[in-house]
Design a protein around this ligand. Sequence first.
Ligand code: PEP
Ligand code: MG
Length: 323
Amino acid sequence: QKAEWAKLKNEKTVSSDNQHIELAANIGTPEDVKGVLENGGEGVGLYRTEFLYMGRDQLPTEEEQFEAYKTVLEHMEGKPVVVRTLDIGGDKELPYLNLPKEMNPFLGFRAIRLCLEEQDIFRTQLRALLRASTYGNLKIMFPMIATLNEFREAKTILEEEKQKLIANGISVSDSIELGIMVEIPSTAILADQFAKEVDFFSIGTNDLIQYTMAADRMNERVSYLYQPYSPSILRLVSMVIDAAHKEGKWAGMCGEMAGDPIAIPILLGLGLDEFSMSATSILPARSQIKKLSKAEIAGYKEKILSMSTTEEVVEFVNANLMK
Ligand code: PEP
Ligand code: MG
């Protein structure tokens, strides 16, 4: 099997009916890019920039960040790189920010909420990203967006920083796509409205599942509720993909679910455009997708979405979609 996977390294990902799917990787540091290329990644679908901020005692400077983003973009040689702005909070703490302890960190002051409030931190990161944008194919993504106003505010700040840089004679790419993580149910439900304003969606199922099922993703005792193949999750995912396509935008997924062999056929049939996963899952996923017909599975979409339990979905996939 390993040998078969290795042969696929330099191939594009196409289904048996010749539909191209983009298989990208999730990374946490510039060093991870090597593994992406070795495993035939077609891009970076999620660069979790919070690791630049963690394990140290002060914020990274604009220069440090610029170097990190530039390195990733250069080494990816023009392939798409989706960089997520700072997503701190929840299970990821930054002791040096001295944020007050919260009762429910996953529902609290984190990610875009923190960035819109602590704008110095946010603007520094955005400047570093904008300056790096000319070194490759950069896409910027905001995490934990719950309302359109949050997106609009973040976009305005990005635009302000861009204009300031340009006014100072610094070149910035004029083709940076701007997207959001869809990981909060309110945003999935309102995806049709978001799709008019964003360039792309990336569905963050790690959080989307925890918020939809009201089950802490770190809590073993409620892990039985953490169900990626639940019809409720699949309906949300499907709504988001359809909403994007209706506006001519693309929809990806960067939660763990995107690299899961049971989920992959379902997501292919729902029309997901980009799957972002850990680098080592890419070649197995490419091999799996090669054997699947996207059109054929799309024919099962209504059937799958009208199922009532996770067990029913899994049974159907195992019986019909595992080639
Ligand atoms: C997600 O929530 O699915 C996601 C990809 O983000 P993180 O795991 O970093 O919260
Ligand atoms: Mg998340």
